[in-house]
Design a protein around this ligand. Structure first.
Ligand code: FES
Ligand code: FES
Length: 219
């Protein structure tokens, strides 16, 4: 027998041995499982059926008033106000940071009060007046706090900025920003990863001073 033919035979024999070893192990494994299962009285339950179709309540109609405009939407009840603003209305100025009520990037004003829009469902705000960063300016002019942020260079990457400004506007209307320490305390729900805090406080201080001045100047 030539050397080549001998090697081919050896390879075929090896494959045959391999297959029969595999068959043996499969049969032994199945038998072993049956024995082990029987000994413990355990009958494996069938895999749970895969869910089909929608799992939650379907979309419901709602009316949101955002920046003075009425919007009629159909959204599932699980949709947050943040997602409704960004995904349904295209108002992407409101940012999603943590989506868990920890960073303040999603802050908007609802009926004049600052809230985390990631922590409220859109359906809970039906009929409410929502103001986002896009709606703060008037007549083509920035809001005085937006101007102060620019003047004071109160941002770096800008990701937290719309939330900071909405929160600052809410704070000014609450009338509680009397000192830098109060501003820091009252703005503590808005995190800035870039650490622009000194300039943010300065911008709010400026806007507060301008607000007080214009109040005093009123007849
Ligand atoms: S995204 Fe809402 S608090 Fe962070
Ligand atoms: S400016 Fe970057 S996170 Fe605040």
């Amino acid at each position: 027998m030539s050397n080549d033919r001998h090697q081919t035979r050896q390879r075929q024999k090896g494959l045959a041995d391999d297959v029969s070893r595999r068959q043996f192990l499969q049969q032994a494994g199945a038998g072993g499982l049956a024995v082990a299962g029987g000994a413990a009285g355990f009958v494996p339950s069938p895999a749970p059926a895969r869910p089909t179709g929608p799992q939650g309540p379907s979309a419901v109609p709602l009316i949101l008033y955002v920046n003075g405009k009425e919007h009629r939407l159909n959204v599932e009840p699980r949709v947050t106000l943040l997602d409704a603003l960004r995904e349904y209305l295209g108002l992407t100025g409101t940012k999603k940071g943590c989506d868990h009520g920890q960073c303040g990037a999603c802050t908007v004003l609802v009926n004049g009060r600052r809230i985390y829009s990631c922590l409220t469902f859109a359906v809970m705000q039906t009929g409410a007046q929502v103001t986002t960063i896009e709606g703060l300016g008037e007549g083509g002019r920035l809001h005085p706090l937006q101007e102060a942020f620019v003047r004071r260079d109160a941002f770096q990457c800008g990701y937290c900025t719309s939330g900071q400004i909405c929160s600052g506007v809410g704070l000014l209307s609450e009338g509680r920003a009397h000192t830098d320490a109060e501003i820091r305390e009252q703005m503590s729900g808005n995190i800035c990863r870039c650490g622009a805090y000194p300039n943010i406080v300065a911008a709010i201080r400026d806007a507060k001073a301008a607000q007080s001045k214009s109040r005093r100047a009123r007849p």
